[in-house]
Write a protein that binds this ligand. Structure first.
Ligand code: PAF
Length: 279
């Protein structure tokens, strides 16, 4: 496994790699867990060479406090990548943002205005900016993203279309702990009590899915709100059912449309998100 810190060094290594070989790419912000490793294993299986980037992107954090608290665990991340990853790219902020540390403004056609976008201003412009920059540096054949961040995945596909990039975006299923909690770098910030309570998030989504064929969306929403109303540890930020094409939340089911339920919950200052396919 080779580790690169400079754009120029990574690019000159990749230039020697034959053009008709496929290159798989997994962008991350580090604090790696089994969910990331499953993406990297898939990138390894499906490509001749794979690259993982580790970069905590400042422009996608709407709160300075979250950026400061984001776990930075480079040494253990590098250990976890051994055996799965061919090349690791660990750029500095100056390598990624050589001129100014700011986001490009994209027109994502409203995909970025709901749910995560409504609660985290500027987040998706930051994600779009860094992923575009990383794609331009690495020039991957395929890039792998988890469905846990389903809205991010949809917006990255849109960014690739808007910018005319040739990378293929591969959706990967959510990896879960045995009790159903979606794997996330933020889980390591949970206290024992919060961690014990957290599986209720996925259980609630499963209940929403069970209700979806026969119940009104308003009844499903009430079930979710009631579940969290008296919870001493977890506070509901939002629960939405949205059409997967437009990501616009809805209260009316329309035949032939495909829906997912999306949830965000706070355990004190730790924000957890999850989602589930409904039909
Ligand atoms: O999902 C993440 O870890 C980040 O949003 C990403 C895609 C690596 C961009 O910084």
């Amino acid at each position: 496994m080779k580790v690169f810190y400079k754009v120029s060094e990574l690019q000159s290594y990749l230039a020697k790699f034959k053009q008709n070989n496929s290159l798989g790419f997994v962008p991350t912000m580090g604090a790696l867990h089994a969910g990331h490793i499953s993406l990297i294993k898939r990138a390894k299986q499906e490509n001749e060479l794979n690259v993982t980037s580790i970069f905590v992107n400042p422009t996608q954090f709407d709160k300075e406090e979250d950026l400061i608290k984001y776990p930075k665990t480079l040494n253990s991340d590098l250990e976890k990548l051994q055996g799965y990853c061919d090349l690791v790219f660990v750029p500095s902020v100056e390598e990624i943002y050589p001129e100014v540390v700011s986001s490009k403004q994209f027109n994502f056609n409203g995909l970025d205005k709901t749910m995560e976008g409504a609660f985290r201003k500027g987040h998706f412009d930051g994600v779009g900016t860094v992923v575009k920059r990383l794609f331009e540096i690495v020039e991957p054949t395929k890039a792998y993203f988890g469905e846990k961040d389903f809205q991010q995945l949809t917006i990255i596909k849109k960014m690739v279309e808007l910018e005319g990039l040739s990378v293929e975006i591969i959706d990967c299923p959510i990896e879960r702990e045995k009790d159903g909690l979606a794997m996330s770098s933020r889980n390591q910030r949970l206290t024992a009590d919060q961690r014990a309570e957290a599986p209720i998030i996925f259980k609630t989504l499963q209940m929403a899915r069970a209700m979806f064929p026969d119940k009104e969306i308003s009844a499903i929403r009430k079930m979710v709100e009631d579940t969290f109303k008296n919870n001493p540890v977890l506070k509901l930020e939002y629960f939405e059912i949205a059409d997967i094409e437009t990501l616009q939340p809805t209260d009316q089911k329309i035949d032939n449309k495909t829906y997912r339920a999306f949830i965000a919950v706070f355990a004190d200052t730790v924000r957890l998100i999850d989602n589930i396919a409904l039909n």
